[in-house]
Design a protein around this ligand. Structure first.
Ligand SMILES: Nc1ncnc2c1ncn2[C@@H]1O[C@H](COP(=O)(O)OP(=O)(O)OP(=O)(O)O)[C@@H](O)[C@H]1O
Length: 286
């Protein structure tokens, strides 16, 4: 079966005069793991809800290949959103939630879901509302990783999960991805934890997608220049510097962009690549 790209075309979302998403366009390719990063209130949940038709954009549209996704059950059936909101009645048992995922999307992987629930120490007969925050997340992850959808959007998929279970989640995500490649979008604040996991990074900032590229490419042009303040300032003058920190006479300046290859690097100045978290803060600190 050919899988089309999921295309977000000129999407804007306004709440009264507040523009949360501003003319955003990007494509999600089949069988890739994306990180969707943004500061609190950047609009990540809003964007994911628009993609899955739970919220309507003020303008713009979401399409799967040539098909508009809006009110299109066939196309929406290829996209699954795991989100924070709990839509289940209080009495719902975990077992029923797995059955619903099968009813709506078909071909749910019950065997793998049961194995995962075992790893998370959850019984299918448990009532969802009686579970702890982390256990509720574990159930939602289990459904998201076993549902039959080509695009799986995960909004804060580690909410309340302890470090051991977060590792379980990352391992299970890679396992299912390698067995059955499909697209995952992880919206998360745990940037250093997902750096190794995601191939491409999308950064949503002040209503715009300011980064949309492979992690390796972003980090390839993300540098930390450190040393005596005056020398760092001289070396970084005129380059695309982002933010700086000064301690006494020492300074660290993040530079996102190509370094001027012709400019000599003073002996006391050190240059290294940023990791994803530091590149993110550098790009979104203002
Ligand atoms: N129904 C609504 N009415 C008015 N404003 C809203 C509504 N829903 C969201 N917003 C605003 O839109 C902005 C983006 O919210 P959203 O939840 O999408 O951000 P987020 O990036 O997911 O944040 P976080 O990382 O904190 O979860 C916020 O300023 C929020 O207050």
């Amino acid at each position: 079966m050919t899988v089309n790209e999921l295309m977000i075309n000129h999407v804007t979302k306004r709440y009264r005069r507040h523009t949360v998403i501003d003319e955003v366009s990007f494509n999600l390719a089949p069988a890739k793991i994306y990180g969707l990063l943004g500061r609190n209130g950047a609009g990540k949940s809003t964007l994911l809800n628009i993609i899955t038709n739970r919220i309507f954009p003020t303008s713009g549209m979401v399409a799967m290949g040539p098909q508009n996704v809006n009110n299109n059950d066939e196309e929406l059936g290829k996209i699954y959103l795991m989100s924070e909101s709990n839509m289940y009645p209080k009495t719902t048992r975990v077992k029923r939630m797995l059955a619903d995922a099968d009813r709506f999307y078909g071909k749910f992987d019950f065997a793998n879901a049961r194995r995962m629930l075992g790893q998370f120490g959850i019984n299918e007969k448990d009532r969802f509302s009686n579970l702890s925050t982390g256990q509720k997340t574990a159930v939602k992850i289990t459904i998201a990783l076993n549902v039959n959808a080509q695009y799986v959007l995960l909004d804060e998929p580690t909410l309340g999960l302890d470090v051991n279970y977060r590792e379980t989640f990352y391992r299970e995500l890679l396992r299912t991805y390698s067995e059955k490649p499909r697209t995952f979008v992880l919206s998360t604040h745990l940037i250093s934890e997902v750096q190794q996991l995601v191939e491409d990074v999308l950064i949503l900032h002040e209503g715009k997608i300011i980064v949309n590229e492979p992690v390796e490419e972003l980090l390839g042009r993300a540098f930390l220049v450190s040393g005596p303040a005056q020398l760092v300032d001289e070396y970084t003058a005129g380059q695309t510097t982002t933010d700086s920190q000064t301690i006494g006479n020492l300074k660290e300046t993040a530079v996102i962009g190509e370094l001027d290859a012709l400019r000599p690097i003073p002996d006391q100045v050190q240059i290294k690549h940023l990791d994803l978290q530091r590149a993110f803060t550098a790009l979104t600190n203002h």
